[in-house]
Design a protein around this ligand. Structure first.
Ligand code: PEP
Ligand code: MG
Length: 755
């Protein structure tokens, strides 16, 4: 391997000394450029720093007119310097003026210089500025000189990232690294969060950049790569990833990168050129990222994430940093940024400090989003590239209503949002004031308002929201956040705890609804082409009766002496209910045989989510004690529109005639059979759709706890019979094309109903 020649070696030694001296930022920059110029025998050396307005400003120079410092400017993409910044690639030219991008800056008097070498100042793949040397004579800069310049550029990047150069930024201007950015994404849970960024996978901060002994650093790198390769092989050989699947594919990609000789060679070269092992990893990572960030192919961009992950692992090996956000201290107003995250990982963060969650991918129905919603924090999804733009500790505002992330917001935006938060708080206050008001409509109908839950963190909301009880307890969440199948005793203790905290309010437990999009890591099933229509929920439970019987036993034991209310998800044929009832009977016999206490009362219900049940309504209603409509699934199956696919999930209106007629038929069947009926999908929690539900005859609805207040405020002002008259007329009229949504909005406006 080639070693640095004497010149660059001396330069790096001087740089090390310069960085250790207590100097003012401008003085340090001036001395750096002077040092480079003299070391490379160049007439000119200049530093340009990228400002938040996209302008590259001259920050220091040796050789050009000194009066031009902080005055000479170039736009991104303009001239040679702008081209380097835009492409994030070095330019090494023996005749700069022959280059098509050459641009003459009169204030600097640079026309007499022929040779030009410029390198981007990069951090995590982002361009922060450009470092340039120029010579009068035509010459070619050697490869090791280019490398020495890149190493110096890293030192300057560090000065920018630590805020040192901020001190010499002209008043009223900002550096690009601290630029305010607004990103349009998707709002997955409403609400506004003001706080500070916590990167779920924080970058390792490398402060020790320049090495003193290259051989020693190469040895350290080799050792770290060795352990990295071993740990990947170890992960690959574990049982849970032994089969095919996405996880394995990612690990295989890691392995491929880890054995890539090109990658290792580039890092070794960077060490030979003066960097420490960790700085070399960071440099190669940043260069690679800069190149890949400019790719549009989604597959290759995904590989960039894999590569980034791997480089971070290597950095952790070298620095001993745990890689956990929590180990870096946790602000009291944390907004967690992650590319992707599991539900359990979110629960690891202290709830009291969490102000929001931002995900680069995810879907509204992904587990982590369900859990975040249960915690009541605003969530933004599909925020592409946001993690690379944010630094730990950046101030941030997220707007779950509009689906926006405002990184490093300006003061006036912060003010506007603080006002918005105050308004929201006032509205919440008004809703809280309704907590003990009975949910009775204007025309005297008592409506049962229930809340949805699934984790212990949800329970306090029962008292806070004033809900009548829990209409849907998603038991699968306990399974989804556990690393292994919860045992009988754990399930029983959990249900007992739920019942105790519910303090006499009714709780409707839904048996396991796993499969489909609700993946339980330790319960492997085959890949399915259409998981939503696949082996899930009750289908899986009936085929694995051991699993279901354990859950039934846990539920029965936990409710000994009180009422057990439970229901089955995704029922397609009434015979499935009978099969579960038989299993339940067996469990009851088993428990009484061994002298266990039994529930005082057992209420056995079914969810109506599969359209086939529409033609078994009377059988269904006579078979069960109650029915709960899962409108999320019933809508997706009725409309053949995937609820997790943003391109089709909003295509059809849930308040359109077809779906409301379906729901009305269900109400009629329940009335006919005197079967208690509830609806527990998301539509129950939106005041406008809840209004429609009451008008077509629902008297019980279950929703996220934060919706109880707004829905109650709506129904207190609603004359149900009056709206029912108007709505039924439209639903019965096969010729009318009146929009039900418009009818509802107009009704609310005319009658002063808050939505
Ligand atoms: C539903 O489908 O409407 C429902 C409440 O169940 P989940 O959202 O858990 O599928
Ligand atoms: Mg469902």
């Amino acid at each position: 391997m080639r070693d640095l020649s004497a010149g660059p070696r001396v330069l790096l030694k001087r740089l090390r000394e310069l960085m250790a001296e207590p100097l003012e930022p401008q003085e340090r920059l001036d001395r750096i450029v002077r040092q480079i110029a003299s070391n490379m025998v160049a007439e000119v050396c200049s530093v340009y720093v990228l400002r938040s307005d996209g302008v590259l400003e001259l920050y220091a120079t040796e050789g050009l007119n000194k009066d031009a410092v902080h005055l000479a400017q170039l736009k991104m993409g303009q001239g040679l310097v702008g081209t380097i910044a835009a492409s994030a690639q070095p330019l090494n030219l023996s005749d700069a003026q022959a280059h098509p991008a050459f641009r003459y800056l009169p204030e600097t008097g640079e026309e007499i210089y022929h040779s030009f070498l410029g390198v981007p100042i990069l951090r995590a793949g982002r361009t922060l500025g450009v470092l340039v040397v120029q010579n009068k004579a035509q010459r070619n800069y050697r490869e090791d000189e280019v490398e020495a310049m890149e190493t110096t550029a890293m030192v300057i990047a560090e000065m920018i990232a630590t805020g040192e150069l901020k001190k010499i930024t002209q008043p009223g201007l900002e550096l690009d690294l601290t630029r305010a950015i607004t990103l349009d994404a998707d709002g997955y849970n409403e609400g506004i969060g003001l706080g500070h960024v916590v990167l779920h996978e924080p970058r390792v901060v490398v402060t020790n950049l320049l090495n003193e002994d290259a051989d020693k650093e190469i040895e350290r790198l080799a050792e770290a790569i060795g352990s990295l390769r071993l740990s990947i092989d170890d992960m690959l050989s574990r049982r849970e990833v032994a089969q095919e699947g996405e996880h394995r594919e990612v690990l295989e990609t890691y392995r491929m990168f880890a054995h890539d000789q090109g990658w290792v060679r580039r890092m070794e070269e960077a060490i030979r050129n003066g960097l420490t092992a960790e700085a070399a990893v960071e440099k190669v990572q940043s260069d690679t990222k800069a190149r890949m960030m400019r790719l549009t192919d989604p597959y290759l961009r995904e590989r960039m994430h894999d590569f980034d992950d791997l480089a971070n692992r290597l950095l952790r090996q070298l620095t001993g940093f745990s890689g956990r956000a929590m180990d870096q201290g946790f602000p009291i107003d944390a907004i967690v940024f992650a590319r992707a995250m599991g539900a359990a990982e979110l629960l690891d963060y202290p709830r009291a400090n969490l102000r929001g969650l931002v995900l680069e991918d995810g879907a509204v129905t992904s587990h982590v989003v369900i859990v975040a919603r249960a915690m009541g924090i605003p969530v933004i999804g599909q925020a592409a590239g946001v993690v690379a733009l944010a630094e730990n500790g950046d101030s941030v505002i997220i707007d779950g209503d509009e689906g926006q992330v405002h990184l490093r917001p300006m003061a006036d935006l912060v003010k506007a949002y603080e006002e918005k938060v105050r308004l929201r708080a006032r509205r919440q206050e008004q809703f809280r004031a309704l907590r003990d008001v009975d949910p009775v409509t204007r025309d005297g109908k008592r409506i049962t308002l229930l809340m949805n839950a699934g984790l212990m963190v949800d329970l306090p909301q029962l008292a806070e929201s004033g809900a009548d009880g829990i209409g849907l307890f998603r038991t699968e969440l306990q399974f989804m956040i556990a690393s292994q199948m919860p045992k009988l005793e754990e399930q029983e203790a959990f249900y007992r705890n739920v019942l105790r905290q519910a303090a006499g309010h009714s709780v409707t437990f839904r048996t396991l609804d796993i499969g489909g999009d609700k993946v339980v890591s330790y319960f492997r099933s085959q890949e399915e082409e259409n998981p939503a229509l696949g082996w899930r929920a009750i289908r899986l439970s009936l085929d694995r009766p051991g699993l279901l019987r354990t859950q039934l036993r846990a539920l029965l034991r936990a409710s000994a002496g009180s009422e057990l209310k439970m229901m089955l998800p995704m029922v397609t044929e009434v015979s499935e209910i009978r099969a579960v009832r038989d299993l339940m009977q067996k469990e009851v016999q088993h428990l009484s045989k061994f002298g266990h206490g039994l529930p005082r009362k057992l209420q056995f219900g079914a969810m109506l989510e599969v359209p086939a049940l529409m033609w078994q309504l009377d059988e269904l209603m006579t078979e069960v004690d109650f029915v709960s409509v899962g409108s999320n699934d019933l809508f997706q199956f009725s409309m053949a529109a995937d609820r997790g696919n943003a391109r089709v999930s909003d295509r059809f209106d849930i308040l359109g005639k077809p779906f409301l007629r379906i729901l009305r038929d269900i109400v009629r069947a329940a009335d006919r059979n005197k079967t208690p009926l509830t609806l527990c999908g998301e539509m129950a929690g939106k005041p406008l759709s809840a209004m429609a539900l009451l008008a077509i005859g629902f008297r019980s609805v279950s929703m996220t706890p934060t919706s109880i207040g707004p829905v109650k405020a709506m129904l207190l002002g609603l004359d149900v019979d009056l709206l029912a008259g108007e709505l039924n007329q439209v639903l019965d009229d096969t010729r009318s094309d009146v929009s039900v949504r418009e009818l509802l909005v107009n009704f609310a406006t005319t009658h002063n109903i808050p939505l």
